[in-house]
Design a protein around this ligand. Structure first.
Ligand code: DC
Length: 213
């Protein structure tokens, strides 16, 4: 099986930016799983479904077609034949609803199966909340990215997004189905006080220490 580097962490911790650069450096395909949950949330909202109504979300699942085409070394999200834009994926409405949709076990089961099948692409860097704990728990290459609450909130403000990080973290950590945890064997890297480039170097050094050739 090709190697999978798992990168987990809380909202706005910088994990996508770090993971994308690590993937480029190591010649792996980058997979951002947060965008997959965001795409399903967009579909739920687009269908007029209440994100607090898990039964209605589950009933809609068979009608949702979802693909992850690859370009520029990373997977993208195509929902019902529509390539979702960053503005759609990161809208305030999606930010407010995504943790509610992501806590539905049937949504997770469907996306975890898709995430595991991406191994056919070859070596991966996959980021999310449950990648090292649930999606690829046997991977020897695990990183947990963190940053202080102040730094994470400041990053979101700088992006001009309304995003209740504390509330999202609370739901992500407390849900019954594969909550956000520090996976066993993961190296914790806090990037509150370092640049993006320094964080990337720290991640690559940690992966080498974990035995990545
Ligand atoms: O990384 P992000 O902020 O784009 O993720 C959006 C939401 O998706 C996050 O609040 C919880 C959910 N998520 C998840 O439950 N499991 C993952 N592997 C990735 C994201």
């Amino acid at each position: 099986m090709p190697p999978v580097i798992t990168i987990d962490g809380p909202a706005a911790s910088g994990k996508s930016s770090i993971a994308r650069r690590v993937a480029r450096r190591l010649g792996c395909t980058f997979v951002g799983t947060g965008n997959m949950y965001r795409a399903f949330t967009w579909a739920v909202l687009n269908r007029g479904i209440d994100p607090n109504d898990p039964a209605a979300i589950v009933a809609a699942l068979p009608s949702i077609t979802f693909e992850c085409p690859v370009s520029d070394g990373e997977t993208h999200v195509r929902l019902d034949g529509h390539d979702l834009t960053p503005d759609e994926l990161n809208s305030d409405a999606v930010n407010a609803a995504v943790s509610l949709v992501a806590r539905v076990p049937e949504v997770r089961a469907r996306l975890v199966a898709d995430q595991r099948s991406l191994i056919s692409l070859g070596p991966l860097v996959m980021e999310g909340r449950d990648i090292g704990s649930v999606v690829f728990p046997d991977s020897p290459f695990k990183i947990y990215i963190d940053a202080s609450e102040e730094v994470r909130a400041a990053r979101r403000r700088a992006q001009g997004q309304a995003d209740n990080l504390a509330e999202r973290d609370r739901i992500d950590k407390q849900r019954k189905s594969s909550p956000l945890v520090i996976p066993e064997g993961a190296t914790i890297i806090d990037n509150s006080a370092v640049t993006l480039e320094e964080a990337v170097e720290q991640v690559i050094a940690a992966l080498r220490a974990q035995g990545l050739p």
